[in-house]
Design a protein around this ligand. Structure first.
Ligand code: TRP
Length: 450
């Protein structure tokens, strides 16, 4: 039995905290840079509006109706003959796989926060060296900061929905927004801002290849925390009077806004000093610190604020990745929260170490499989296979398996959607989202090329 419930604002902040993460501030800008800007952003925005939002409503609905861990939600809501749907609930375990590398990246961010105090790198060369040295040689430092991240996340989840998750989100989310919007205000004053704006919003269609397209669709799922049961688990503690439609709308809006603001801030700084946008994952770890060095003391201050915001975003997402499995162990195995947290934390802490070792020079070979470092394999499997698969299960379940009257009674009532909006949503869940997801998976498996 769940006794704790979020407050209304607590739920919005927690869901937004889950969605707004490294995906927004680290991944979105570098992907936009790599795939050439405008056209990529447009595909991302269209997918969010037409698929992401609908899927979020569907995922929240399962949680709000089921009111339990992900496995029990599917099991209870399925008709007696279809109880095997409970296996879809194991999507929650995906969170643990994501956490193996997510926590390592949070570790890098924490390391950078300390690093900033000893000054920013002066040249790109130096910045590259610092990042590469950390990733390929600094085993102990990485394990240390990864451990710190595991402990912080574990502590918050251990404190539970109200005292832990709601609290951290109510503090860190506003802090994150203040920092990012503050940086945006400064970015307005730079010449680089106009260039950043043009880069992000003028679509250059020739740059949009099929890979960019699929990545944009995939990223829209990742950034909204969909397809893994995180939003579902939070929605199980949704306050009774809250509107799913409104909450999903606010969360989608905030998530998108923050990704765009982060992109504008980063590209304004980069373009101000003529740096190139397509730097890959090293963008915020290599290019940004070097560029900020040009701003003198102010730059150091900005860098500190930026990495703090990044850490806040990462931590509030991380708790949502761990909570579903913890909830599962509590609900299904009557485990105490403390035990569940320790067990789960230990597992992803350990695999996380293997993941970080797979990037190091000394151990890279040992922890590589099929010619790829474990880190990349974990990221690829979750991002490209398990999340779309989970999303597919959710839309099929809500679109076809759940009793239609039940869905309608909840989503098509006052405070939720009107008739027209409801019909469009249902169409999106039943047809648009499944087709898009199938296309995406086939494309990734190389069966079809767009
Ligand atoms: N959305 C987060 C980000 O943008 C990551 C995340 C948190 C997530 N919970 C999730 C991704 C659940 C997929 C599923 O960084």
């Amino acid at each position: 039995m769940k006794v704790q419930r979020f407050s209304k604002i607590g739920f919005i902040m927690a869901a937004a905290g889950s969605a707004v993460g490294l995906g927004n501030i680290w991944k979105f800008p570098y992907m936009t840079g790599e795939y050439g800007g405008g056209a990529f952003v447009l595909v991302y925005l269209v997918t969010i509006a037409f698929i992401g939002f609908s899927v979020m409503v569907a995922e929240m609905l399962i949680g709000a109706l089921g009111r339990k861990d992900t496995v029990s939600c599917f099991e209870e809501l399925a008709s007696p003959k279809k109880k095997w749907w409970k296996y879809a609930g194991f999507m929650g375990f995906n969170g643990i796989i994501i956490m193996t590398f997510y926590s390592v990246v949070i570790g890098w961010i924490l390391y950078y926060i300390f690093l900033i105090f000893s000054g920013l790198p002066q040249t790109t060369q130096e910045a590259k060296q610092i990042f590469n040295d950390l990733v390929s040689h600094q085993i102990l430092a990485q394990i240390f900061f990864h451990t710190v991240s595991v402990i912080i996340v574990g502590y918050v989840v251990y404190r539970g929905i109200k005292g832990g998750i709601e609290k951290i989100n109510l503090i860190l989310m506003p802090a994150l927004m203040i920092i990012l919007f503050g940086l945006l205000l400064y970015a307005f004053s730079l010449d680089g801002f106009a260039k950043a704006f043009a880069f992000m919003f003028e679509p250059k269609w020739e740059k949009l290849n099929s890979e960019a397209f699929v990545r944009a669709v995939g990223h829209s799922f990742f950034t909204l925390s969909l397809g893994m049961g995180a939003i579902m688990t939070y929605a199980a503690s949704l306050p009774k009077e809250a509107s799913i439609t409104k909450t999903a709308f606010i969360v989608t809006f905030m998530d998108t806004l923050i990704a765009l603001v982060a992109g504008l801030v980063i590209f304004s700084f980069l373009f101000q000093f003529g740096a190139k946008p397509g730097q890959g994952p090293g963008l915020v770890f290599i290019s940004l610190p070097t560029i900020l060095h040009n701003f003198g003391t102010l730059g150091t201050f900005f860098a500190l604020l930026f990495f703090l915001a990044l850490a806040f975003a990462g931590l509030t997402s991380a708790v949502s990745l761990v909570e579903p499995v913890v909830q599962y162990l509590i609900d299904r195995f009557c485990m105490s929260r403390t035990k569940a947290v320790i067990l789960i934390s230990f597992i992803y802490w350990l695999i996380g170490i293997a993941a970080l070792l797979s990037y190091t020079q000394a151990w890279g070979k040992v922890f590589s499989f099929f010619g790829k470092p474990l880190f990349d394999l974990l990221e690829y499997t979750t991002d490209s296979i398990l999340l779309p698969l989970g999303g597919f299960a959710i839309v099929i379940f809500v679109g076809y398996v759940l009793q239609k009257e039940r869905v309608k009674a909840h989503i098509n009532r006052p405070g939720e959607m009107n008739d027209l909006f409801y019909k469009i949503w249902l169409f999106s869940i039943r047809y648009i989202a499944p087709v898009a997801l199938i296309f995406m998976m086939l494309n990734l498996m190389g069966v079809i090329k767009l």
